[in-house]
Design a protein around this ligand. Sequence first.
Ligand code: PGA
Length: 250
Amino acid sequence: MARKKIIAGNWKMNKTPSEAVALVEELKDLVKNDEVDVVYCVPAIDIVPVVEATKGTNVAVGAENMYFEESGAYTGEISAPMLVDAGVKYVIIGHSERRDYFKEDDVLLNKKVKKAFASGLTPILCCGESLEQREDGITMEWIKSQIIADLAGVSADDVKKLVIAYEPIWAIGTGKTATSDQAQEVCKGIRDLIADMYDAATAEAVRIQYGGSMNAGNAAELLAKPDIDGGLIGGASLKADFGKVVNYNK
Ligand code: PGA
């Protein structure tokens, strides 16, 4: 069965609640495409108004982060049950900005992935190499270590529902996109790894996105590759151009 493409916007720390609703309205007609799953991953404070504003549309809402505990004395954190109750379907786990600026490590991210699945959320698990790691020729080795650690103890049935985002750090927000061949090579490597860790059916089912300066100009070429099942889009998700990314096949 063909994997359905999934195009997710990662708004990062952009848009106040009222700006968020205005953006949803601006994009509403532009992001219609039944052949693609469309997701807006938005700042925590924007979740409630964006869920409301996207009701009755083809857009699902995601969070950009969550904590793995159910509830309790974790000042400033947001739990999976809170996200579910608010109408969230997806959650980004382990974005390179969280790994880097907020020191999130694979042990923590593994707990978050498990909690997300246990709560009925679909994690968008991010991985990717730095420029230095690419130049040292250890890209695949590094990504394997991230994925093996982040998925420790996660079942094949859950991995079939998982979304993995391959985001080379050197391509994020820099305007430097990986070439479609570079992106395909790593996404294929990730699928082969999932086949080794689980089985062929799980590897066939898992959806693997590319992220890093994806935009209206390069989306069609990247998404034509056999192992690239979607995109995680930062900068270009905040403007009308996002509609062109979603409709890359039209
Ligand atoms: P970018 O960000 O599209 O602005 O490069 C992608 C991401 O960080 O998810």
